[in-house]
Design a protein around this ligand. Sequence first.
Ligand code: HEC
Length: 252
Amino acid sequence: MMKKLMLILMIAVLPGFALAAGEAVQLDHMEPDHANKASLQRGAATFTNYCMGCHSLEYARYKRIADDLGIPQDMYVENLIFTGAKIGELIKIGMDKEQSASWFGNAPPDLTLESRLRGEDWIYSYLRGFYKDDARPLGVNNVVFENVGMPHVMVSLQGLCAVEPQIGGKASVDPLSGNVQNGEICSDWETEGSMNSAEFNAAMYDLTNFLSYMGDPVKLERERLGMFVLIFIAIFFIFAYLMNREFWKDVH
Ligand code: HEC
């Protein structure tokens, strides 16, 4: 019996070891906050402007994002849909997968569930991890995703780091104040961007937060419902306890 229990326990904790072993690169941590609508709105705007040329969100609809993020639908259509798509449609893009694969080496994947696949820390680090590397076809590489096919699309914002940026140096954004700690990750800039490091980190926090929401749009609702369930159980326990006492009162 004991042996069997031990075996079951071993099997139960095994996947944990497998996950721990997969963590090869150092990452910066970011704490997603789906209740921060302003952050999600800024993230959605950045995604629309800088990412949607290549990446779709084809398991999501524009309308769902507009409703969840509190963006009025006509405003959303006017400012965040450039393709003439209707607000109820899925977020597809026009780029042909085969062609883009021949341009970049790999086709840009759909990003609806990217935060589930890679995790928020990975995305946040990856977006800040580009640097100049003349050995690569597009002149850039990434410390989190070696030999990546994606160009550094935000070079006008971040600038181009001439050396490998220090990811994993415990840079983090305080979700309450928005302040960035240890934000300076590049010691030598090839070209400067329009944002300073703190601003760029904050923008990438918002963009990652948006992709985190995208991968789990019902998180807030689930947590809210969970509270009610717990409160219900707590109240139910009182009555169950009283009834139990009543039933056993006369048994000696
Ligand atoms: C010019 C096209 C292009 C644009 C614009 C672009 N990407 Fe990419 N992206 C790619 C390509 C191509 C890949 C695949 C790279 C590879 O597999 O080598 C990629 C890969 C990625 C990945 C990694 C996917 C994975 O798990 O393998 C993430 C995350 C990502 N992009 C996010 C973004 C975000 C966020 C933006 C907007 C700021 C953006 N991309 C803009 C082309 C683009």
